[in-house]
Design a binder for this molecule. Structure first.
Ligand SMILES: NC(=O)c1ccc[n+]([C@@H]2O[C@H](COP(=O)([O-])OP(=O)(O)OC[C@H]3O[C@@H](n4cnc5c(N)ncnc54)[C@H](OP(=O)(O)O)[C@@H]3O)[C@@H](O)[C@H]2O)c1
Length: 303
């Protein structure tokens, strides 16, 4: 079985590479952005013609969330046009597309103990486990909007797809919040981290394992299973809690202060609440998910 990975040098791409040796039955084709530019349809078609993949994992994306506010067309190109090109190419080659999306397609928030998934109508979340795949998306920033447009472009062009929405991805690879915290802790004595955005960290290696599990599951080939799925680690926390756990597990002493979103303005507005309900992916693919603290410890041990 041939599995082509686009965006192979990004954080998730490297996480997939790191576990690929455990699956000798899979013939992985890892493509960096220079080998496969997903914004270029001809390039996509040439690469697919050469490798004839059974699955394509799209780990490629424009992920500079704040910068996207000032260069929306660049974000749109990689996050919406790119997935559209892959969907068109997958259709031509009958390849199953596994695309990674984000909790930033939502703009849910939390008020007086209740999570609401939209600000306009104040509709409470249907599941107390978090946002479900059918909850209405209201992206609050350019990055989230372009990622949602990417999901829609796939759905409009090819039916054999899995869109995996994930959140707060970190790992020993690439750039991410955990690594930024560790770097800042080596430069400063004190740090302020946002306390009023609630979500769930996701270890990129856990996500990579789940993608392989989906590829190898007999349920993958049932057409009724194609669609959108949520995946993150279990539990929930604020960015402040996440930072505190990183420092605690690494044995770092630092003066860590909670700060509100209002006191830490960023170019892009982030969702205040983006805990994802994982019931669908667990039931469909028989997946067990670790608590975020357990997965964080696994990652920190490997640093
Ligand atoms: N990181 C998070 O916290 C997070 C949270 C939720 C969802 N996600 C989603 O998870 C996926 C993986 O994220 P990540 O953290 O691994 O991102 P990342 O580290 O920024 O990697 C993205 C990769 O995509 C490549 N890329 C960008 N534009 C491309 C194009 N037009 N053609 C081919 N490759 C292109 C980049 O290559 P160059 O560096 O060469 O440009 C980079 O290697 C993305 O879909 C992202 O939206 C991430």
């Amino acid at each position: 079985m041939v599995v082509l990975v686009a965006g192979a040098n990004g954080q998730l791409g490297q996480a997939i590479q790191s576990i690929s040796g455990k699956y000798p039955e899979i013939d992985f084709v890892f493509c960096s952005s220079s080998e496969l530019d997903i914004t270029n349809l001809e390039n996509c078609q040439a690469v697919f013609s050469t490798h004839q993949p059974h699955f394509c994992i799209n780990a490629a994306a424009y992920t500079a969330v704040d910068k996207a506010e000032s260069e929306p067309s660049k974000a749109f190109d990689s996050n919406a046009n790119g997935p559209e090109n892959l969907a068109i190419t997958c259709k031509k080659h009958n390849t199953i597309l596994i695309h990674i999306s984000t909790d930033f397609v939502f703009d849910a928030y939390f008020s007086e103990g209740i999570a609401y998934y939209d600000r306009e109508y104040r509709l409470p979340l249907r599941s107390n486990l978090g946002l479900t795949e059918t909850d209405v998306s209201f992206p609050s920033c350019v990055y989230g909007l372009t990622k949602l447009q990417g999901e829609q472009a796939i759905q409009a062009n090819w039916e054999k797809y899995f869109i995996i929405r994930t959140s707060w991805v970190y790992s020993q690879f690439g750039n991410n919040f955990m690594k930024t915290m560790l770097r800042l802790a080596s430069e400063r004595d004190s740090l302020s981290v946002v306390v009023d955005q609630i979500g769930t960290p996701t270890n990129a290696v856990d996500l990579a394992e789940v993608l392989i599990k989906i590829i190898q599951s007999p349920n993958t080939h049932q057409s009724s299973n194609f669609g959108i799925y949520n995946f993150s680690n279990e539990g929930k926390c604020s960015w402040y809690d996440f930072a505190a756990a990183i420092f605690h597990q690494k044995g770092i002493k630092i003066d860590l202060k909670p700060i509100s979103t209002a006191a830490y303005p960023t170019a892009a507005k982030r969702p205040a609440y983006s805990v994802l309900d994982k019931t669908k992916i667990k039931n469909t693919f028989d997946i067990e998910i670790s608590e975020w603290q357990t997965s964080l410890a696994k990652c920190i041990n490997q640093l």
